[in-house]
Design a protein around this ligand. Structure first.
Ligand code: CU
Length: 153
């Protein structure tokens, strides 16, 4: 069984590697442009959809997952009261300007996430009793092609 599986495994790794010019360990291939649609509410944020080119995704995760190098434009709306949308370490200098007002769309970005890590989005407008706890995490993961990962197994 192993004698059969090994060549199949190698082919599965080599075909994409050859087609991409053996670019296996390039640490950060060019990122992807994304538009992320977010709804702010008392007391949290929900990722409604992610647009990548002409593709639209509807993520069901509580955080926003990105790959290093991605460039993101956020479109943020709210249906209840005015909220804020500040990204720790990125929009610190303009936090008070980033208000999400009912009936309007706040556009933030484009922001390029070059560093792997966790970025916390916070509400900067006092929107009610649980306002201090209103946040969502953006998790930026290294961009490693799937076949490079499989070669490590
Ligand atoms: Cu709020």
């Amino acid at each position: 069984m192993r004698k059969v599986l090994t060549p199949i495994f190698l082919i599965l790794i080599l075909i994409p590697a050859i087609s991409q010019g053996f670019n296996l360990l390039s640490p950060q291939p060019a990122g992807v442009n994304k538009t992320v649609y977010i709804e702010a509410f008392q007391f949290g944020y929900r990722v409604v959809a992610i647009q990548e080119g002409d593709k639209l995704y509807y993520p069901s995760t509580p955080s926003l997952k990105l790959n290093a190098g991605d460039t993101v434009t956020f479109h943020v709306v709210t249906k209840d009261v005015t909220h804020g949308f500040t990204i720790d370490g990125i929009t610190d200098g303009i936090a008070e300007e980033l208000l999400v007002i009912p009936g309007r769309t706040l556009v933030v970005g484009p922001v390029t996430f070059t560093d792997v890590g966790k970025y916390r989005v916070r509400c900067s407008a006092n929107c009610g009793s649980l306002h201090p706890f209103m946040s969502i995490d953006i998790i930026v993961e290294p961009k490693i092609p799937y076949y490079a990962l499989s070669a490590l197994l």
